[in-house]
Design a protein. Structure first.
Length: 191
């Protein structure tokens, strides 16, 4: 049985937060589709702390988007990854993104949301209302305004089908927990 995971991205997606899950999933034999507003090479960014009070942003590698958001059939995917960076702040305005994300919550499929990915949930607050998660600390007010509980003392948190994490330094734990959910889901489908 083919295993498929969707990654939602756009220009200014954080490089490590998109490439690490992409290659980790490929390594495990998953088919991975990168969706964006347009089929094109996306400009990723690198966020790092260099002494500023907040992160600094630099250009990263280019990444090919396979499909547009309006071409995505969420039924065809077993899991969803939403990387951070600045992409979530504008892709969340696309009605197709809302529809896709809502499907994964309603179908109880594994969702991995890291760093600024939580910005997408602000536009569909019903998906996180009553849920517990973490994200980049600057996203805490948005998580709480959407009715979620923000966890600050754990860098990765699992609440049912949702795996969330603070930022790219948490990728090993984040992906380990997401892979557990994916494997559980695909094993149950095979039974």
């Amino acid at each position: 049985m083919e295993k498929n995971v969707l990654i939602l991205a756009g220009d200014a997606v954080e490089a490590l937060e998109v490439f690490y899950p992409f290659y980790r999933l490929l390594e495990e034999g998953y088919e991975v589709t990168i969706a964006a507003p347009k089929k094109k090479k996306l400009q990723t960014v690198v966020h790092d702390f260099t002494g500023w009070d907040t992160y600094e942003e630099k250009p990263g590698y280019l990444l090919e988007a396979n499909v547009t958001f309006d071409e995505v059939d969420p039924e065809a995917f077993d899991g969803l990854v939403i990387p951070g960076g600045r992409a979530p702040e504008y892709i969340r305005l696309d009605p197709n993104v809302k529809k896709i994300v809502k499907h994964f919550f309603e179908a109880n499929k594994p969702i991995a949301a890291i760093c600024h990915a939580s910005l997408i949930f602000e536009t569909i607050p019903e998906v996180v209302k009553g849920r517990t998660m973490t994200a980049y600390i600057a996203c805490k007010p948005g998580v709480e305004a959407a009715g979620g509980t923000y966890v600050s003392d754990r860098t990765t948190y699992v609440d049912e089908n949702l795996v969330s994490a603070h930022a790219w330094p948490d990728l090993p734990t984040f992906m380990r927990e997401f892979m557990k959910l994916l494997e559980k889901k695909t094993t149950m489908q095979q039974v």
